[in-house]
Design a protein around this ligand. Structure first.
Ligand SMILES: CC(C)(COP(=O)(O)OP(=O)(O)OC[C@H]1O[C@@H](n2cnc3c(N)ncnc32)[C@H](O)[C@@H]1OP(=O)(O)O)[C@@H](O)C(=O)NCCC(=O)NCCS
Length: 158
């Protein structure tokens, strides 16, 4: 079922819990064709202190958007591992709100930059990251399951 877009302001991003597992999987299936995260991965990440999953609630128990953030010992960078907005909720600023919350979380946890990978043909995501001040730092060859490369991007947290 496609939730109808809700009027602004949409709910504020909140940390996900294990209770969000099914809704996270449903959103993932709607948003990604390949390199999807499965049940085991989400379960593991929901329990792991180095992972922080942010969500925006949608109507009727659904999730409108999610972002998976990963920290790693020995680096001051926080990685945006996944960002997903329900197809019926796009274009309303949800991704921007999640990325703002990611920046706030990075700042609060002493990280100095956000990093992420994006598919070269993902025009919407590239426009989003461009608008948010990310710049390209490298190209990761053979990154996606379809064999294509990824652009690695970074933005400082200040
Ligand atoms: C990319 C994605 C996260 C954007 O989510 P969204 O909630 O629609 O984005 P927002 O409404 O917050 O848009 C923020 C900015 O991004 C850019 N943008 C978003 N969608 C765009 C599109 N389809 N075309 C061009 N620019 C776009 C715009 O600059 C926009 O700012 P503006 O509205 O002030 O011009 C969403 O399309 C998505 O989930 N796609 C599938 C999963 C995916 O590709 N994730 C990213 C993996 S790296």
């Amino acid at each position: 079922m496609t939730p109808s877009p809700f009027p602004a302001p949409f709910p504020a991003p909140r940390p996900a819990t294990l209770a969000d597992l099914e809704a996270l999987l449903a959103l993932e299936a709607l948003c990604f064709e390949f390199n999807r995260m499965g049940r085991r991965s989400f379960k593991r990440l929901l329990a792991r202190p180095s992972a922080h999953i942010l969500v925006i609630d949608g109507p009727a128990g659904t999730l409108a958007a999610s972002a998976v953030l990963l920290s790693r010992r020995g680096t001051r960078g926080l990685r945006v591992y996944s960002l997903a907005v329900h197809p019926g909720q796009r274009g309303h600023g949800l991704a921007k709100a999640l990325m703002q919350a990611a920046l706030d979380h990075a700042r609060a946890t002493g990280h100095h930059w956000l990093s992420l990978e994006v598919h070269p043909e993902n025009a919407a995501a590239r426009a989003l990251y461009d608008r948010l001040g990310f710049h390209q730092t490298s190209v990761e060859e053979d990154y996606y399951a379809d064999g294509s490369s990824a652009f690695r991007l970074r933005r400082s947290v200040d």
